[in-house]
Design a protein around this ligand. Structure first.
Ligand code: CP
Length: 293
């Protein structure tokens, strides 16, 4: 594998190999098997993705160098491409990139830069999709015909955009529920079953992925109040109890807006897979990095 900028870069066989390695690394530890230098360009804030990539790469034996927008020559107007040219000339072979700009990584990967996308704007977050799918497979034992509901800010979520593609590729059925103001058009054309009521969606699904409300990307307020949002499209204690009573699970890619997407007391409640998603992060990312040529 020379790049992972989109779920479109992954065949079903490649995903199977990533999942095989992830399970192996989780069971037996990550082998110190690789050498070389990765630059981690995080041009937007991150906790989970940044630290789990760094942990995974170091465990594999790579050297890692963190690079942020603040204090870099990007602030002086240097382009991302010139930055990658510069870092390549310094001997960096691979790049993990998080950027607020949609779709800028594919043309750079096509120019030969070996890039793993750590989230580009509202476009894609393929390693998060792998983590979520791997976590669901661990819990349910299979993904084929599993019903997965994405809930909330579907318009601005790169987790949704990568997640629905990957889950459908692996044979799962995907549904979506969210306020009309946060629902992109043409979801049905993407093969996604649309629910206008969250409770209908929860009765249909086996697992629900609650998405962060991306206030920093919304150009105008898209909800009347946080309390209304929780009541209509959030995981209230009553909904969490309903999921538990039916053997259904819930996920969130993080960070959670407590009391908005999920009631504070339910974030790590029984049948929450949020800690498990985070726990799987370094192993999934080590598998991806291990497969990078
Ligand atoms: N899920 C996710 O991308 O979290 P961070 O922004 O903390 O990396």
């Amino acid at each position: 594998m020379r790049r992972l900028v989109s779920v479109d870069d992954l065949t079903a066989d490649a995903v199977a190999e990533i999942f095989r390695l992830t399970a192996l690394f989780k069971r037996e530890g990550v082998p110190k098997s690789r050498r070389g230098d990765w630059a981690l360009l995080f041009l937007e804030p991150s906790t989970r993705t940044r630290l789990s990539f760094e942990k995974a790469l170091k465990a594999l034996g790579f050297e890692t160098y963190l690079f942020g927008a603040q204090g870099s020559s990007l602030k002086k107007g240097e382009s991302l491409e010139d930055t990658l040219v510069t870092l390549s000339a310094q001997g960096f072979e691979w790049f993990v990139v998080r950027t607020p700009q949609n779709g800028v990584l594919k043309p750079l990967a096509e120019k030969g830069f070996k890039i793993v996308n750590a989230g580009d704007g509202t476009n894609e977050h393929p390693t998060q999709a792998l983590i979520d799918a791997f976590t669901l497979k661990e819990v349910f034992g299979h993904l084929r015909d599993l019903k997965v509901l994405f809930v909330g800010d579907l318009t601005y979520s790169r987790v949704f955009r990568s997640g629905y593609k990957l889950l459908r590729k692996l044979g799962a059925a995907v549904g979506a529920a969210g306020p009309r103001s946060m629902r992109p058009p043409a979801l049905k054309e993407l093969g996604v079953k649309v629910f206008s009521s969250l409770d209908e969606g929860l009765s249909w699904c086996d697992a629900a992925v609650f998405l962060r409300v991306q206030r920093e990307r919304q150009h105008r307020p898209l909800m009347t109040s946080e309390r209304d949002y929780l009541a209509l499209f959030g995981l209230t204690p009553e909904r969490a109890e309903y999921l538990r009573s039916r053997g259904k699970y819930y996920l969130h890619p993080g960070p959670v807006n407590r009391g908005v997407e999920i009631a504070a007391a339910e974030v790590y409640g029984k049948n929450s897979l949020i800690k498990r998603q985070v726990e799987n992060g370094p192993f999934v990312r080590a598998s991806v990095a291990h497969l990078m040529e």
